[in-house]
Design a protein. Structure first.
Length: 157
């Protein structure tokens, strides 16, 4: 039996929200974290013009209704300059992660530190770090896609 000195190579390309990432790694690298570190994001990624922040809790009936709508909207508008973020407040650990994400993005305007914002999508201007508009699942007067379109239209250049 002859052994090859070359390891099989795999090329992975990921398309998500307008960005392209390509990674080449050896099949010997079975570790998913090693694969993630090997990926390089295309430099042509556009900065978001809007951040859509969904505040979620597993026990909230409005959140359960909102989750698939939010996920569908993020897939349908993958080429739009919108960053879709979910803040999960269902457990202490997820609340801590949500708080760190809010701090990292600098969007304190959506963080109350309690459950008052659950079932809500906040549309945030990433430059001014301010809420442009909100969509509340429990008293929605319009649809989520229309709310997103309105928030994008209301953004100043």
């Amino acid at each position: 039996m002859i052994r090859s000195r070359f390891k099989a190579m795999t090329i992975v390309t990921v398309f998500a929200a307008g960005m392209t990432a390509t990674a080449t790694f050896s099949t010997a690298q079975a570790d998913p974290m090693a694969r993630a570190r090997a990926m390089k994001v295309d430099a042509a990624v556009e900065a978001p013009k809007l951040i859509a922040v969904r505040v979620h809790h597993d026990r909230c009936p409005y959140c359960k209704k909102l989750a698939p709508q939010f996920d569908k909207l993020s897939r349908q508008t993958a080429d739009a300059p919108v960053l879709f973020v979910t803040l999960d407040l269902s457990s202490e650990a997820s609340q801590h992660q949500a708080a760190m994400l809010v701090a990292a993005l600098g969007i304190d305007c959506v963080w109350t530190g309690d459950m008052t914002g659950i079932g809500t999508v906040y549309f945030v201007d990433p430059i001014r770090k301010s809420v442009v508009s909100t969509y509340r699942a429990y008293d929605a007067k319009t649809s989520l896609p229309k709310s997103l379109a309105g928030a994008l239209a209301g953004m100043q250049p």
